[in-house]
Design a protein. Structure first.
Length: 295
DNA sequence: CCGGACTCCTGTGCGC
DNA sequence: TGCGCACAGGAGTCCG
């Protein structure tokens, strides 16, 4: 489930544990989680050019759901957690809570010691080695829209144009805004009072403004709570996120809306379960084509 | 341009 | 207890 808030919280918890430290050596136990920028059959596969071995970490950056571990002199380890990926720092002597599906281990041999592990049962996650920060920015620029945490209404209007695709599908498109996944798409649309099937290009200026505000507020609140743990998510120190009890719609189909008490409905959009409040999120179909005597 | 199906994986929970 | 199935936080590709 790692979406923007989980990756940002991970970044914040890992940064003090990694910053200014030199990676002593790297053990790759499953080479197929490693890629090189620019292609799936890249030569780095299986021989990941060290994955920062011998390098000093200078910075942890994030854009959308990507986490970039930047080393002195240029190389960048780009991490995408997919559905079940975890990056976990283990102090000296500490065992991983689970030792299965650990694919990569970075060891530190300075006086603080310890190691970082990449664990990913489903293996949808990817580690990508990129040669420089400039290449990283280019990689991101090609794939990602503006970071959803600082998204503005104008960004949405520009990305949507006159498209008739549903707003829910558009929000899941990382080229529209980077970092929103299934949980926070539903939560943001609920907060904005917008039905998930509304054509994205049909949003009014007011709705776009309210949606951008709702996205920022939804993501910020989730970061403050340390992210949402459904099953696999842990932060850099192995802690669960605390945001799950705050969710208004995700995972609550059939339960009463926290705002109005109506029973939350669900539908399937882009193969993703979509939960919404039929009252708080006005159905654009019924308002666009009102039934005689209705509404 | 778009929605939808399908793919990559493992784990879990449910109905039977 | 076991089995088969649907489904899960992501995202790329292909097809119509």
């Amino acid at each position: 489930m790692p979406e923007l808030p989980e990756v940002e919280h991970l970044r914040r918890t890992l940064e003090p544990l990694l910053l200014d430290r030199r990676v002593a050596r790297v053990q790759v136990r499953r080479a197929d989680v490693v890629r090189a920028a620019g292609g799936g059959t890249a030569p780095a596969r299986g021989r990941p050019a060290g994955l920062l071995a011998g390098r000093r970490i200078t910075e942890l950056r994030r854009r959308g759901k990507y986490l970039a571990i930047v080393a002195a002199g240029g190389p960048v380890l780009l991490v995408h957690l997919g559905m079940s990926g975890q990056l976990l720092f283990l102090p000296p002597g500490r065992q991983a809570p689970r030792r299965d599906h650990v694919h990569v281990i970075w060891r530190f041999d300075d006086e603080r010691g310890g190691r970082m592990i990449f664990r990913d049962p489903r293996r949808f996650g990817r580690l990508t080695l990129i040669d420089s920060v400039a290449s990283l920015e280019e990689f991101w620029r090609q794939r990602l829209g503006p970071d959803a945490l600082v998204l503005r209404a104008g960004d949405l209007a520009e990305a949507f144009g006159a498209t008739r695709r549903s707003i829910k599908c558009a929000l899941l498109d990382q080229a529209v805004a980077a970092g929103i996944g299934n949980i926070y798409a539903d939560e943001s649309l609920f907060r904005a009072g917008i039905h998930p099937m509304t054509p994205a290009g049909a949003l009014t200026r007011t709705e776009a403004r309210r949606l951008a505000e709702s996205i920022r507020a939804t993501l910020s609140a989730a970061i403050r709570a340390g992210g949402t743990t459904l099953r696999d998510y842990r932060d850099g120190a192995g802690r669960n996120g605390g945001h799950r009890p705050n969710l208004c719609v995700y995972g609550r189909a059939g339960l009463p809306c926290r705002r109005c008490g109506s029973i939350l409905g669900d539908l399937r959009l882009a193969q993703r379960t979509t939960t919404y409040c039929p009252r708080c999120q006005r159905n654009w179909l019924s308002t666009t084509h009102p039934h005689p005597g209705g509404g």
